[in-house]
Design a binder for this molecule. Structure first.
Ligand code: SF4
Length: 445
């Protein structure tokens, strides 16, 4: 079932929950009451990810900044913004396609032509080759991926340039280059195959990384993975390499490799602030998967205690978590999988099922609203959305769409050609390892 009535959908939205909690009109707690304010409050202050799940993460210097959103959008009522977005989309017609990530607020998702995870959405854009503009309601690396996969004439637009990803930024290109040089000191020539034809190390980057990092792995024989195909990609990497350097998310790497039977002691962590990442040469010699010291602030919040509490309060509950969660949480859950896996598991369950879900709360609350035949709740009792995803607000969406109507392209994300070429190579290797997941159906279909 899909809720097509936006009033019903908005009534169950995370944004509404945050505002009611901040106003003292609802019980419960949010991790940052400041999120109830408009994201433009953060455009003028010091560079940062904003309050909420990413509050403790440091934003790299040089990250794109969003200029001041015109006052007309900041002061507009919610109803006015929704009407302006609908009018602009109607005027633009097939000239624009709006993509909405699963973790976006409902007030944005209701205007999306496609809803899905980052790779599904980049593929969905391919079904609209005639669209002049692709408006990506997600975070920066997702817009970069859409730019890599779209036609050169198509403009990919990120409505708020400050919508980054703290996990993607935990592995910057210079730190990974430095790591690569140190690995060459340990393993010797990184391009030289052994007697079995395998090179010392294959770099694998999670989709949640900058285009620069995808370009890095493309130049070094590496490959991109998603949370859906990480195992297939690692299997392919092990056919060509003795070991894998996996970044930026240590948890996805560890959970995937552990499920493949790789012992934990053969998965050293690479801390870019330490010599040899904090490991000895012997440990690196013995390594099968070298895990970068990165994590998702949102998924790091889920705990084994939350799972125990869910099982105690809801006997028979099925606990499903995202593989970006720490390993003890994945081990304690009934199942772990990508957002697409979670959505499909709920769709396939018999009516009357109970689910406790460990992933971003916008998706969880939307699934709960769309599936009244089940009981669905977020493992984390605190309302804590991804604060960088939250930077996309209907005000920014209305602004970029009305600029398009006026013939102006703002907030275009363009990957430089010298980065794009090897980055596409790394994506193509992933596609060769496993066909792309089917794209999501248009909303309401
Ligand atoms: S949920 Fe985590 S990985 Fe996804 S955009 Fe937010 S910080 Fe990045």
């Amino acid at each position: 079932m899909t809720i097509t009535n936006p009033d019903v959908r908005r009534a169950a939205s995370v944004d509404r929950s945050l505002k009611l909690i901040a106003a003292g009109a609802a019980e419960g707690a949010s991790c940052a009451p400041e999120l109830a304010a408009g994201p433009w409050e953060f455009d003028a202050g010091p560079a940062g990810y904003g309050p909420g799940a990413s509050m403790g993460d440091v934003i790299p210097t040089g990250s794109p900044r969003q200029g001041a959103l015109p006052e007309a959008y900041r002061n507009a009522s919610d109803d006015e913004l929704h009407a302006r977005i609908r009018a602009a989309k109607a005027t633009l017609g097939d000239r624009v396609v709006v993509l909405g990530h699963f973790y976006q607020r409902d007030e944005v998702v209701e205007h999306a032509d496609f809803v899905g995870d980052s790779f599904q959405l980049a593929n969905a854009a391919l079904t609209r080759p005639d669209a002049e503009a692709i408006v990506f309601c997600g975070v920066h690396f997702m817009a970069e991926t859409a730019d890599l996969l779209s036609r050169p004439e198509q403009a990919v637009i990120l409505p708020n340039l400050a919508a980054g990803c703290s996990m993607a930024d935990m592995a910057d290109e210079s730190s990974v280059e430095e790591c690569w040089e140190q690995l060459a000191e340990v393993y010797g020539d990184l391009d030289a195959p052994d007697a079995t034809g395998r090179v010392p190390v294959i770099p694998v980057t999670y989709m949640n990384s900058s285009a620069a990092l995808k370009g890095f792995v493309g130049r070094h024989g590496g490959i991109v993975c998603t949370s859906s195909n990480a195992r297939v990609v690692l299997e392919q990497a092990f056919e060509r390499g003795q070991r894998v350097l996996f970044f930026p998310d240590q948890h996805l790497g560890r959970n995937t490799a552990k499920a493949m039977g790789v012992p934990l002691e053969q998965m050293p962590m690479w801390n870019p602030r330490k010599a040899l990442g904090g490991s000895s040469s012997d440990e690196l010699d013995d390594a099968r998967v070298i895990l970068w010291h990165g994590f998702c602030s949102v998924h790091k919040r889920f705990t084994v205690d939350q799972i125990a509490a869910a099982r105690a309060s809801h006997p028979g509950v099925q606990v499903i978590v995202h593989p970006e969660c720490p390993m003890p949480v994945v081990d304690a859950a009934d199942a772990a999988g990508s957002t697409d896996f979670i959505v499909k598991a709920i769709q396939a369950a018999p009516a009357g099922s109970t689910f406790a879900i460990g992933t971003e709360i916008n998706l969880v609350q939307r699934l709960a609203a769309e599936h009244p035949e089940h009981e669905i709740f977020c493992l984390d009792p605190v309302v804590c959305p991804c604060s960088t995803m939250y930077r996309i607000h209907p005000g920014y969406l209305a602004w970029v769409l009305e600029e398009l109507v006026a013939g102006r392209v703002v907030n275009r994300i363009q990957v430089p050609a010298d980065v794009a070429e090897p980055a596409r190579l790394a994506l193509e290797r992933m596609l060769a390892a496993k066909p792309p997941a089917p794209t999501t159906a248009p909303v309401g279909a």
